[in-house]
Design a binder for this molecule. Sequence first.
Ligand code: DC
Length: 226
Amino acid sequence: MKAIQIAIDGPASSGKSTVAKIIAHNLGYTYLDTGAMYRSATYLALKHQLDGSRVNDILDLLATHPITFNKGTEGQQTVLVGGVDVTDAIRQPDVTNNVSWVSALPEVREELVAQQQRIASQGGIIMDGRDIGTVVLPDAELKIFLIASVEERAERRFKENQKKGILTDFETLKEEISARDYKDSHRAVSPLKAAEDAIVFDTTGVSIDGVVEFIQEKAKKIIDKG
Ligand code: DC
């Protein structure tokens, strides 16, 4: 059976990673969370008190502390940086609130995009992020761009955080999501935007199963034609 590349892009908390993980499992594909890679780079920069003027030092840290993914005890994906589990650390507010400047550094993007492309070359892949359909996998057979209202996305993140025991104020979350949307869409390098050949899908009010079904049906059609 033909193995395809599926690119899922969209703003923060639009449901990309939740649906991508399920589809990867159903199709037996590799799932790559590229946001976790930018978060890991941010974690390293903050840990070593580096700012944007020290991009070479950030690159050195990325070289000496490779980002890898593993399966946790309950089958969930864990993120390691230099062999250390940072799965929870990279979701903390300090990383979330600094990831925009780190991911706007062209040198960091160049390095992480190269890593993402190497992983994608190994077979069937579903990757989620901001620039997958436009930059990382421009030839992906299926490109989806998920959107949802800020209100709904803040609600989703609020519940997610609650489950992880991270306390957040709903209004603050909404402001942070809007601010990140703005920064992600207005940065000079690889801004968040739908590829011309992407299917834009508004998930406001749509269940996870509904989004999964929509994408999977499109994927299956392409795979079957294969
Ligand atoms: O998907 P996420 O919220 O975990 O992503 C964290 C940040 O990383 C997001 O605000 C922008 C950046 N990012 C990016 O610039 N390019 C990607 N392909 C994925 C994420």
